[in-house]
Write a protein that binds this ligand. Structure first.
Ligand SMILES: Cc1cc2nc3c(=O)[nH]c(=O)nc-3n(C[C@H](O)[C@H](O)[C@H](O)COP(=O)(O)O)c2cc1C
Length: 391
């Protein structure tokens, strides 16, 4: 957990909240419910809704929390650090850049949908927090606030937009021209969802967006058809499973924005991405929510970095929970990492302030890990720092 070894009262509160949430949802059958009165009934109702949301947010590999935990621990258990000593680390500079833009440290926010499920201000709070911390926020297509509202909430924030391709290409075309006009700085094309993975938690809970929320970017764009199936707030089968490399050229023909491909796990696809003229690659397995049985992203990172040879920037997401995790990913060649679930936990805890605190905790831990391993700035972090354990 990010909050490991953090003595401050804030992180204790945050950790306490998360532990309570985990206990409530991981073992709901352990809670004794006595429907004495209306309040208890309300609490019970709240509990069921909460379990549904938590299951949606936290599921991985379409399986269980236990698996998610072992997946995340790959970074801390198997990858060890070889610290250097006596290097005057009295000053540590955590700044870096992505696509030429300076950010305060190499951690940004990965695209995740439906932030209004976690906090009433949703993506507006996330955007403001990342603007304050001066890092990169990748806004999801599945946002519960529109790209216009997000841009207005944090006018000086550094933002990319995450995109899917739809059978109806006009939908994709429209959203691309909107985000370009609004000053979003890159398009992140998510390529690991030709179909939605089998998310058993959501199937069991019959997950549906509550009626007061919607995928705001497509408000009014879909005709209501009687009896039509819905999937995560939009009609089922809207995504285009025929998406292929030629669509990257199509996207380039629409926009001047840099294109980053999210969801690459092999050196072969990294090579193809470069051949097709993309400006960046996010090594990602969608937080374990798509294909079951793929490797942890930290295990894919070295082969991709080696294949890319610095021709484009390589980023990574998945399982980043501590500043040490950040250090290890950067040492293995990621230019920046992105966090998905931890940002949602912060949001659920205290909105904008919670996301800011999560980023601040990661920042402070990263700076400390840098110093303790003898790195004065991000450029000094390299593969010599890494030792793979046989665990
Ligand atoms: C609740 C949730 C919603 C997500 N929504 C999206 C999305 O809309 N678009 C996308 O490209 N990835 C989405 N992802 C994947 C994240 O961008 C990211 O790859 C993953 O969460 C990183 O792993 P982490 O949660 O361990 O940090 C989502 C992940 C979660 C947990």
């Amino acid at each position: 957990m990010i909050l490991r070894n953090m003595p401050s009262s804030t992180s204790q509160r945050l950790r306490g909240t998360i532990t309570r949430l985990e206990l409530m949802t991981a073992a709901p059958e352990m809670t004794t419910w006595r429907p004495i009165n209306g309040t208890m009934l309300l609490l019970k109702l709240y509990h069921s809704v909460f379990v549904l949301l938590y299951n949606f947010m936290d599921q991985a590999y379409a399986l269980s929390l236990t698996k998610l935990i072992s997946y995340n621990n790959v970074i801390s258990l198997r990858i060890r650090l070889r610290p250097r000593i006596l290097r005057d680390v009295s000053i540590n500079d955590t700044r870096t850049s992505v696509l030429g833009m300076e950010i305060s440290f190499p951690v940004g926010i990965a695209p995740t949908g439906f932030h209004c499920l976690a906090w009433h201000e949703g993506e507006l709070a996330t955007a403001r927090a990342t603007e304050t911390v001066n890092t990169c926020y990748i806004a999801s297509t599945y946002s519960t606030c529109s790209v216009e509202e997000i841009a207005a909430a944090a006018p000086n924030g550094y933002r990319w937009f995450q995109l899917y391709l739809y059978r109806d290409r006009k939908l994709s075309e429209q959203i691309v021209s909107r985000v370009e006009a609004l000053g979003y700085k890159a398009l992140v094309l998510t390529v690991d969802v030709p179909y939605t993975g089998k998310r058993r938690n959501d199937i069991r809970n019959q997950f549906k967006l509550p009626p007061h929320l919607m995928v705001k970017n497509f408000e009014g764009m879909f005709q209501e058809q009687a009896g039509s199936q819905e999937e995560y707030g939009i009609p089922a089968n809207t995504l285009d499973p025929s998406i292929s490399w030629k669509d990257v050229y199509w996207l380039q023909s629409l926009t001047r924005l840099p294109i980053i491909i999210k969801g690459i796990l092999t050196k072969e696809d990294a090579e193809l991405a470069i051949e097709h003229g993309v400006q960046g690659i996010i090594v990602s397995n969608h937080g374990g929510r798509q294909l079951d049985g793929v490797p942890a992203t930290i295990d894919c990172l070295p082969e991709i970095v080696d294949a890319v040879q610095g021709r484009v920037e390589v980023y990574m997401d998945g399982g980043i929970r501590t500043g040490n995790d950040v250090l290890k990913a950067i040492a293995l060649g990621a230019k920046c990492v992105f966090i998905g679930r931890p940002a949602i936990w912060g949001l659920a805890y205290k909105g904008e302030e919670g996301v800011r605190e999560i980023l601040q905790i990661l920042h402070d831990e990263f700076r400390l890990s840098m110093a303790l391993s003898g790195c004065r700035n991000v450029a000094e972090i390299n593969r010599n720092l890494i030792q793979f354990s046989r665990l």
